[in-house]
Write a protein that binds this ligand. Structure first.
Ligand SMILES: O=C(O)c1ccccc1NCC(=O)[C@H](O)[C@H](O)COP(=O)(O)O
Length: 204
């Protein structure tokens, strides 16, 4: 099971994530987020990311903004708004994690299977991510069975991640507020607990 820690803003939290063996570290480049990091900060934060894949998270960015993050060393671009398949293809589908916020009667265009992965997050009016709330995991399970590579996100924490993994069997789990002290400031104990819980779930 792969793990992505998202919404990192501080070097010490990135280093802690790396020491715990996370696979992906995510940085929010959406200016209205409480976890926003300026693009120039990526250079400093990426320096301590070592072998973890570096994910730049955007909401409806311009191509130039994406290009800058790639030039700074981002491995993957997470698109968290209503971006088109054509826009993702311009970036390179193999570099795109396309996020969808799950609503009732939800479907995904099969062409998104070309993307690196699909991230399923909780829908909440007025918020693009970092809601801290779960959604109906049976929806995520349906997409796993449909052959999508799924990052399960939305309201995961050290207490519920094992149940989520057991029900959905995703490719990866993604967490932000469930391992925080306050928005953008991670809690190292919760980070450890989350990783231990994921490792334990792999033993089933
Ligand atoms: O976290 C944000 O503030 C955010 C804002 C705009 C777009 C995406 C954002 N977060 C993306 C993530 O990948 C989070 O990890 C994901 O939404 C899960 O958050 P949480 O429910 O807090 O674990």
């Amino acid at each position: 099971m792969k793990v992505k820690f998202c919404g990192l803003t501080r070097e010490e939290d990135v280093s802690k994530a790396v020491s715990l063996g996370v696979d992906y570290v995510g940085f929010i480049l959406y200016p209205l987020s409480k976890r926003y990091v300026r693009p120039e900060r990526l250079k400093e934060l990426f320096k301590v990311a070592e072998d973890a894949k570096k994910v730049a998270v955007f909401v409806e960015p311009s191509y130039e903004e994406v290009k800058l993050a790639l030039d700074y060393g981002a491995d993957l671009i997470q698109l968290h708004g209503d971006e088109s398949i054509d826009f993702a293809r311009k970036i390179g589908m193999e570099r795109v994690i396309k996020a969808f916020r799950v609503k009732q009667d939800f479907s995904i265009d099969q062409r998104w299977k070309e993307a690196y992965a699909i991230l399923l997050d909780t829908y909440q009016e007025g918020l693009y991510g970092g809601t801290g709330r779960t959604f109906d995991w049976s929806v995520a399970r349906r997409f796993v069975e449909g052959g999508f590579r799924i990052f399960l996100s939305g309201g995961l924490n050290p207490q519920n991640v094992q149940a989520a993994v057991k029900e959905v069997r995703p490719y990866a789990v993604d967490v932000s507020s469930g391992i925080e002290k306050s928005p953008g400031v991670k809690d190292h104990k919760k980070m450890e607990e989350f990783m231990h819980a994921v490792k334990d779930s792999s033993k089933d």
